[in-house]
Design a protein around this ligand. Structure first.
Ligand code: URA
Length: 200
């Protein structure tokens, strides 16, 4: 799709009044990163820092996400990062079903523009909104799902890792599984073909 569609997407998000979250948001947070990335991360919704700056995952959870990416040799600017909802829910509450449903229009357009090969769902909100409400993050993290040729893996949200560092071991397993999937699909060859098996 031509870049003009990205303009349309960003305009559509900026103009959006489909749910009431727009009224309390300081900035809309559409998402950012490499628009040609084969890998997309989807979180829940903007927190305070993201709302202040208009950029997804730049607060403490985002800093941890950046570290997790670099642990599998991925620079953050080589992936695309966004959220289920593009406006901050007041007091960081979980987005309501109707807010997620309204915002799906934007997410669908984003996925259609990026056409990722792999999607990582960060936390239960992203898992529920994408694969359905009868999925459980504790049970399904690290599992792979294929939907219409796209590989999807839920893992813990980085905020959950900050709250409970004991989850970090499982999160690291998930990141290794992600790296293996990227290697299997021959994505990021410039990064992974440079590494020897000792590195990974
Ligand atoms: N948590 C999220 O789910 N998304 C962000 O952008 C920041 C924190």
């Amino acid at each position: 799709m031509a870049d003009i569609s990205w303009e349309l997407f960003h305009q559509q998000v900026q103009d959006c009044t489909l749910c009431s979250l727009y009224a309390t948001a300081t900035h809309k947070v559409p998402g950012q990163g490499d628009i040609h990335s084969p890998l997309m991360f989807i979180g829940e919704g903007p927190g305070q820092r993201e709302d202040e700056e208009g950029i997804a995952f730049i607060g403490p959870a985002g800093q941890l996400l950046t570290k997790m990416l670099s642990a599998i040799y991925l620079p953050r600017d080589r992936v695309y990062i966004c959220n289920i909802v593009k406006c901050r829910p007041p007091n960081n509450r979980v987005p309501l079903d109707e807010e997620m449903a309204a915002c799906k229009l934007h997410l669908r357009m984003q996925v259609a523009l990026i056409r990722p090969k792999v999607i990582v769902l960060l936390g239960s909100t992203a898992l529920h909104a994408t694969l359905g409400p009868d999925h459980y993050i504790t049970r399904e993290r690290g599992k792979w799902y294929e939907r219409k040729g796209v590989w999807m893996m839920p893992t813990y949200h980085p905020s959950a890792l900050l709250r409970d560092p004991l989850k970090k071991r499982e999160a690291w397993e998930d990141m290794q599984s992600l790296r293996n999937r990227l290697i299997d699909l021959n994505l990021y060859p410039d990064i992974y073909q440079e590494l020897t098996s000792d590195d990974i």
